[in-house]
Design a protein around this ligand. Structure first.
Ligand SMILES: Nc1nc2c(c(=O)[nH]1)N[C@H]1C(S)=C(S)[C@@H](COP(=O)(O)OP(=O)(O)OC[C@H]3O[C@@H](n4cnc5c(=O)[nH]c(N)nc54)[C@H](O)[C@@H]3O)O[C@H]1N2
Ligand SMILES: Nc1nc2c(c(=O)[nH]1)N[C@H]1C(S)=C(S)[C@@H](COP(=O)(O)OP(=O)(O)OC[C@H]3O[C@@H](n4cnc5c(=O)[nH]c(N)nc54)[C@H](O)[C@@H]3O)O[C@H]1N2
Ligand SMILES: [Mo]
Length: 730
C-alpha cells in the first residue's frame, strides 16, 4: 500500500513499514528535495522516544538520566504541575519551532489552544527567521507594506520576464528554497531560475560564500566580509548620486528622508566601502552603473538581518532600491528572501488554507522569541522592544512542543543555566533531542508518518492528504490526544476537542473550507490523495499599487528612509536612518547558515545528514589559506572556540569560502557530553554564538555569525552520544 504524505521540504509517497519503510518523491514534483532521503532511516531510529519518561532528579536538568513511566503517571504529573501554577503568566508556552508539516497536528497550534483554554500563558512573538524584519519593516513601509515585502513579494515569473540584473546581498541559495513552512508540492524554483537565465537575467551575488549563488544562475560572485553590506549599499547610493544616476523624482515623491540620505552618503565613497568590505572600489562603481542601466532588483536575504544591527541592511537595501527609482515596476525595486525560502516569489493562493482554530490568550505578557534565556534568567527585570519597556514575568513552568531551543537558540551554555531555573519543564518530542534531555517530563509523540493530516504551504499548488503510513512508534501518541487527555484531567476536555476525534476534525476543517472553491468532498479528496488548489496567482509586483498612487500605511504614507518614530525611541543601536556599524574584528568569522543536508536539527540521524559528516562531526568549510596558516588539513578535526564556548567539527577545505570566513551549518544535535573537550563535541554552532539581540528595536536572533578562532584538535576524540537515549546513564 502507498500513502501520500508531506513535509516542510516537499510532498512524497510512502510504502512499506517499520525499518523497511520507503519514501519516493511525489510524482508530479519536477525537482524533489534531496532531504527526502533523511526520512526512512529516522523513522524507527533508536533516538525515538518510546515511552513517557521522567527525569531522575540528581545532578540537574540536562545532566540526568530518565526513567520510563506509564502514560497515566506522566499525564498526572503534568496536570498536577500545570494546576500548581495559578498565575498563568508564569507558564511559558511560546514553544518556538517548526515541528512538522500538517495543518491540524501543528504542535504549537495544539499547545497554544490547550494553554489558552486553560487560562493562558506567556507567549513569544516573531521568529528566529525574521526577528528584525517583522519589527523594522512596519516602520519603514507600514504594517501592510511589511506584510507585502515579507509574504507577497514580486513573483519569480515576473522576475524571469522583466529583470536584467539581480543584486543579491546574501546570494540566492538553491538548498534553502526547497523548504517552505507547511510544504510545497511542486518545486518550481530552479525551473524559474533557468527560465530567467535563458532570457538574460544576470546576478551579482554579494556574499562571503561563492555557492550562495545557485548554479542555475549566471553572474558573478562579489566576495564581501560578513556584516559590511550596509557600507557597500551606501557607497552604491553614493555613486548613483554622484553620477546623476539616482532617481531624484522618485525619492521626492515616494520617500521621506532622501535629502538626509543623500547628504549622509557624500562621505560613503567606494574607497571607504572597499576598505570595510574587501570589495574593490572599481567593482562598486561598476555595479552601480550596471544597476542604473537596466531593470534591477535589489534583494536582501533573510540571513543578513540574523546578525548584530540586522535592521540596517534591510533599511539600506530599501534605500538603495529607492535611489534607483524602480520600486513598483515589474521585476525592479526591492525584494527580501529570494533563495531563503521556497514560498518567496513562489506564488500565492488568494484565500486561507484549512487551519486548526485558535482561541485568544488571556495573558498579555510575551517576549520576542529570541529573549528566551533572558526570560528565564532575569525575572522581574525590564527589556526594550519596539519603543516600549517591558518586564520579564517570573516563569515556573516551561512547556515546549514542536521546537528545539537547544538547537535554535544562541549560547547554549547560557540556555542550560536558564533551563535550570523553572520548577518544571515539559517537552513533547518524537526524538531524544537536547531539549528533551533538559526536561523533567518527556512525552513521546508521533511523526507525520504515523497520523492523518492535511498538508499545504503558502502559495502551494496542491493540498495533500497526509495519510498515516505506519503504526505509531512504541507508545507514541499525537500531540492532540495528549492535550485532550490533559484537558480532561484539568476539566476542559469538551472545550479543547469540541467532541471531535482527529478524523472528525480533518473532515470538519476540510468541509468547512472546500465549498466556496467548488472542491470535491472529503472522502473523494482522501481517496485521490491530493488536489490542485484553484485560483493560484504568480503575477505579484511588489508595491505596484504604491507606485500608482496608493499611500503606504506609514505615518508619511511614503517609504520612510528616515523614521521619526524609530528616531524618537532613542536607541543608539538603531537610530532613525540606515546606519553602518562596523563589525567587531575576529580571526575568523564563522557563518552559521542553514544546512543543505536537513531542516534545522530535524532528522540529523537521516542518511543525507549522516553522509555529510566528517568522523561523525558536522563538516566545517574553510579557505585553504586560513587552514594552511593553522596547520590544518582536509579531514582534520578542529576545535572552534571563542569566549562563549567551543565545539569540535570536521574540516572540508574550499575556495568557496572567502579568506577569513568559515562555514558551519546549524543543526548537528547539541552534544555537551565531554565538557572538558568542548561545549559541543558534535559541531552545533550555537555552542559558541553570542546570545544578544539585533538591537533594542527588534531583539531579533543574531545566530548567523560567530567570531571565532579555529585550532587543530589532536586529543583523543570523544564519542558523539547525542543520539543515545538518556535512559541507561548512571
Ligand atoms: N546559529 C544559528 N542558529 C539558528 C539560525 C541561524 O541562522 N544560525 N537560524 C534560526 C532559524 S531561522 C530557525 S527557524 C530556528 C529553527 O529552530 P527549530 O524550529 O526549533 O528547529 P527544528 O530542528 O525544526 O525543531 C523542531 C523540533 O520539533 C520536533 N517535532 C517534529 N514534529 C513534531 C510534532 O509533531 N510534535 C512535536 N511535539 N514535536 C515535533 C522535531 O523533532 C524537532 O526537534 O533555528 C534558528 N537558529
Ligand atoms: N535545506 C534547508 N533549507 C532551509 C532551512 C534548513 O534548515 N535547511 N531553513 C529554512 C529557514 S527556517 C529559514 S529562516 C531560511 C533562512 O534563509 P537565509 O537566512 O537566507 O539562509 P542562510 O542559509 O542562513 O544564509 C544564507 C547565506 O547568507 C550569507 N551571509 C551570512 N551573513 C552575511 C552577511 O553579513 N552578508 C552577506 N552578504 N551574506 C551573508 C551566508 O553566506 C549564507 O550562506 O532557510 C530555510 N531553508
Ligand atoms: Mo527560520
Amino acid at each position: 500500500m502507498t500513502a501520500t504524505s508531506s513535509s516542510h521540504w516537499g510532498a512524497f509517497r510512502v510504502g512499506g513499514s517499520g525499518p523497511a519503510l520507503r519514501v519516493t518523491p511525489r510524482p508530479g514534483d519536477p525537482d524533489p528535495s534531496p532531504l527526502l532521503g533523511n526520512i526512512a532511516a529516522a523513522h524507527r531510529h533508536r533516538s525515538r522516544v518510546a515511552r513517557p519518561a521522567l527525569r531522575r532528579h540528581r545532578a540537574g536538568r540536562g545532566y540526568d538520566s530518565f526513567e520510563e513511566v506509564t502514560w497515566d503517571t506522566a499525564l498526572d504529573v503534568v496536570a498536577e504541575a500545570l494546576a500548581g501554577v495559578p498565575d498563568r503568566s508564569a507558564i511559558f508556552g511560546g514553544s518556538y519551532g517548526w515541528a512538522s508539516a500538517g495543518r491540524f497536528h501543528h504542535a504549537q497550534s495544539q499547545l497554544h489552544r490547550f494553554l489558552a483554554l486553560g487560562g493562558g500563558f506567556t507567549g513569544s512573538r516573531n521568529s528566529y527567521s525574521l526577528g528584525a524584519s517583522l519589527v523594522a519593516f512596519p516602520h519603514l513601509v507600514g504594517p501592510r507594506g511589511a506584510h507585502d515585502v515579507i509574504r507577497a513579494g514580486t513573483d519569480w515569473p515576473v522576475i524571469a520576464a522583466h529583470t536584467d540584473l539581480v543584486v543579491a546581498f546574501g546570494g540566492i541559495r538553491t538548498a534553502n528554497a526547497y523548504v517552505t513552512p507547511g510544504g510545497r508540492a511542486t518545486h518550481d524554483f530552479r525551473g524559474h531560475l533557468r527560465a530567467a537565465t535563458a532570457r538574460g537575467l544576470r546576478v551579482a551575488s554579494l556574499s562571503p560564500l561563492r555557492d550562495d549563488l545557485s548554479p542555475e544562475l549566471r553572474g558573478e560572485w562579489l566576495p564581501i566580509r560578513p556584516g559590511t553590506d550596509v557600507a557597500v549599499m551606501l557607497a552604491l547610493i553614493h555613486v548613483l548620486a554622484a553620477e546623476g544616476l539616482a532617481d531624484l523624482d522618485f525619492l521626492r515623491r515616494h520617500t521621506v528622508g532622501a535629502d538626509r540620505l543623500l547628504a549622509d552618503v557624500k562621505e560613503k565613497t567606494p574607497a571607504w566601502a572597499s576598505a570595510e568590505s574587501g570589495l574593490p572600489a572599481e567593482s562598486i562603481v561598476d555595479l552601480a552603473r550596471r544597476m542604473a542601466a537596466g531593470r534591477t532588483l535589489v534583494t536582501v536575504s533573510w540571513s543578513l538581518q540574523r546578525a548584530p544591527y540586522g535592521e540596517q541592511p534591510l533599511w539600506a537595501g530599501l534605500a538603495l532600491a529607492a535611489a534607483l527609482g524602480q520600486i513598483g515596476l515589474p521585476g525592479g525595486g526591492f525584494g527580501h528572501g529570494y533563495g531563503s525560502m521556497g514560498d518567496v516569489g513562489g506564488g500565492r493562493i488568494p484565500y486561507r488554507l484549512p487551519t486548526f482554530p485558535q482561541v485568544p490568550n488571556p495573558v498579555r505578557d510575551f517576549i520576542p522569541c529570541a529573549l528566551v534565556a533572558d526570560l528565564l534568567l532575569r525575572p522581574g527585570e525590564q527589556f526594550d522592544y519596539d519603543g516600549r519597556r517591558r518586564t520579564f514575568p517570573p516563569v515556573e513552568l516551561v512547556y515546549w512542543a514542536g521546537g528545539n531551543p537547544f538547537h535554535h537558540h544562541q549560547d547554549l551554555g547560557r540556555l542550560r543555566r536558564a533551563f535550570a531555573r523553572p520548577r518544571t519543564v515539559v517537552v513533547h518530542e518524537p526524538y531524544w533531542t537536547a531539549t528533551a534531555r533538559h526536561a523533567d517530563v518527556v512525552l513521546p509523540v508521533t511523526t507525520p508518518l504515523e497520523r492523518d493530516d492535511l498538508g499545504a504551504g503558502r502559495g502551494d499548488t496542491h493540498l495533500i492528504a497526509m495519510q498515516a503510513a505506519d503504526r505509531p512508534y512504541a507508545e507514541a501518541r499525537d500531540d492532540y490526544a495528549i492535550f485532550a487527555d490533559l484537558a480532561d484531567r484539568l476539566g476542559y476536555r469538551p472545550a479543547f476537542t469540541e467532541g471531535r476525534t482527529t478524523r472528525e476534525w480533518l473532515r470538519h476543517l476540510y468541509e468547512g473550507w472546500r465549498e466556496p472553491h467548488g472542491l470535491p468532498g472529503f472522502d473523494e479528496f482522501w481517496a485521490l490523495g491530493e488536489l490542485e488548489l484553484p485560483g493560484r496567482r504568480e503575477d505579484t509586483v511588489l508595491f505596484a499599487g504604491f507606485r500608482a498612487g496608493r499611500p503606504l500605511d506609514t505615518p508619511s504614507g511614503r517609504i520612510e528612509l528616515y523614521s521619526g518614530t524609530v528616531a524618537a525611541f532613542g536607541y543608539d543601536d538603531c537610530p532613525g536612518a540606515p546606519t553602518y556599524f562596523r563589525p567587531e574584528p575576529a580571526p575568523i568569522v564563522l557563518i552559521c547558515n542553514q544546512p543543505p543536508t536537513r531542516l534545522h536539527s530535524q532528522l540529523d540521524m537521516g542518511a543525507v545528514s549522516r553522509d555529510s559528516k566528517v568522523h561523525g562531526r558536522e563538516p566545517l568549510r574553510m579557505n585553504p589559506a586560513d587552514a594552511a596558516a593553522r596547520g590544518i588539513r582536509a579531514g582534520d578535526i578542529v576545535r572552534v572556540h571563542n569566549e562563549t564556548g567551543s565545539l569540535l567539527a570536521g574540516v572540508v577545505l574550499s575556495g568557496d569560502c572567502m579568506p577569513g570566513v568559515a562555514q558551519l551549518s546549524t543543526g548537528a544535535w547539541f552534544d555537551p557530553s565531554a565538557p572538558d573537550v568542548a561545549t559541543c563535541v558534535h559541531g552545533n554552532p550555537n555552542a559558541l554564538t553570542a546570545d544578544a539581540g539585533t538591537s533594542r528595536l527588534s531583539q531579533g536572533c543574531t545566530g548567523q555569525q560567530a567570531r571565532v578562532e579555529i585550532s587543530l584538535f589532536t586529543g583523543p576524540l570523544p564519542p558523539v552520544l547525542a543520539y543515545v537515549p538518556p535512559l541507561e546513564f548512571p
